[in-house]
Design a protein around this ligand. Structure first.
Ligand code: A3P
Length: 354
């Protein structure tokens, strides 16, 4: 983990628009596994600290967190152009914490009057669309490639998702009434899930990341949108400071009791379940519809791609708590436990690992 003195922060107000159309002088540079970047953008990238990437050649330290060049380009466009509206909902996670599940649950809760999860499950959008198609990411979908999307036609409440840490999101969601839901997963399972996913989706030109190498990068904070502890702490502290704005959920809690967490989620979003709905089995139906077993077996989640180039099937692996036990050696467990104690101890944030 680099010392904070080398963390290069780009002031949000000073962000130019690095769209690819800015290409002017000769041939743009191309990095392995990455698309064409403008010289202006390339120059900015080269001023940032960088480390070996997991599925692209480099990860860059941008605004205090690690990310790929294409993500930086999208985040800059998002920060410059996105205007929040009063009832917006933003789902936030660090990758592999259950983002897909959170999108499915939130979409179904918010749209249950249009798409009844109890009686009309045969034509529910989740049966034919991957959750990532129903709740778009700012950085992988809406603002990808430095685009500026027209969001005026979106149904309300507009529901978005992001992996951006809270510090880099907060200026964009200041409008009163914007709600953020953060889903957090224990760092052991998040690491194992990330390691599998990245090796499944990386391009053939990139060599696989060994468990040992990935683990070392992870413990040094070098993973997309990491360090993980800073990502978690940013949202955790904000959820304590403004609980009406940020709801902090744990993947392990959802696995243990999804229905009580669904009720918490619905109340937080201002659409609590009525007694009548509960009696009708709506909460139970949402839990079933969004379950790992149900989503994994759907054709759309077996054969299509929702996020560019990434097959949906890789989003549904085991969906369990404690798979890390099958992979990490005792010294690795000791190192990660000490790190979690050191970074998160005393914060009040605690995990279940099995
Ligand atoms: P595993 O790799 O441990 O199986 P993300 O959605 O943030 O990419 O996270 C992916 C992780 O969430 C994967 O974990 C995946 O299997 C799990 N997952 C996906 N859908 C799920 C669901 N409906 N319920 C529980 N876990 C789910």
């Amino acid at each position: 983990m680099p010392s904070s003195s080398i963390i290069k922060t780009i002031p949000i107000m000073a962000i130019p628009n690095f769209k690819l159309e800015l290409l002017k002088d000769g041939e743009p540079k191309r990095q392995e596994g990455e698309e064409v970047l403008s010289y202006e953008f390339q120059e900015m990238l080269e001023s940032l600290p960088k480390e070996r990437g997991w599925r692209t050649r480099y990860l860059y330290l941008f605004q205090g967190f690690w990310c790929q060049s294409k993500e930086i380009q999208a985040i800059m466009s998002f920060q410059k152009h996105f205007k929040s509206l009063q009832n917006d909902v933003v789902l936030a996670t660090i990758p592999k914490s259950g983002t897909t599940w959170l999108k499915a649950l939130t979409y179904t809760v918010l749209n249950r009057n249009r798409f009844d999860p109890v009686s009309s499950t045969t034509d529910h959008p989740l049966l034919t669309s991957n959750p990532h198609d129903l709740v778009p990411f700012f950085e992988y979908k809406l603002y990808a490639n430095g685009d500026v999307p027209d969001l005026s036609g979106l149904a309300t409440p507009r529901t978005f998702a992001t992996h951006v840490p809270f510090g880099s999101l907060k200026a964009s969601i200041e409008e009163p009434g914007v709600k953020v839901v953060y889903l957090c997963r224990n760092p052991f399972d998040t690491f194992i899930s990330s390691w599998h996913y990245i090796n499944n989706i990386k391009s053939e030109s990139m060599s696989p990341v060994s468990l040992e190498e990935g683990f070392d990068l992870y413990c040094r904070g070098v993973i997309g949108f990491g360090p993980f502890w800073e990502h978690m702490l940013g949202y955790w502290k904000e959820s304590l400071r403004t609980p009406e704005k940020v709801l902090f959920l744990l993947y392990e809690d959802l696995k243990q009791d999804v229905e009580s967490n669904l009720k918490k989620l619905a109340s937080f979003l201002g659409v609590p379940f009525t007694e009548e709905e509960e009696a009708k089995g709506v909460v139970h139906a949402i839990s079933d519809l969004c379950s790992f077993e149900n989503l994994k077996k759907l054709e759309v989640n077996k054969s299509s791609k929702s996020i560019k180039n990434f097959e949906n099937r890789h989003l549904f692996r085991k969906g369990e708590v404690s798979d890390w036990i099958n992979y990490l050696s005792p010294p690795q467990v000791e190192r990660l436990s000490a790190l979690v104690d050191d970074k998160l101890g005393g914060s009040g944030l605690a995990f279940r690992y099995s």
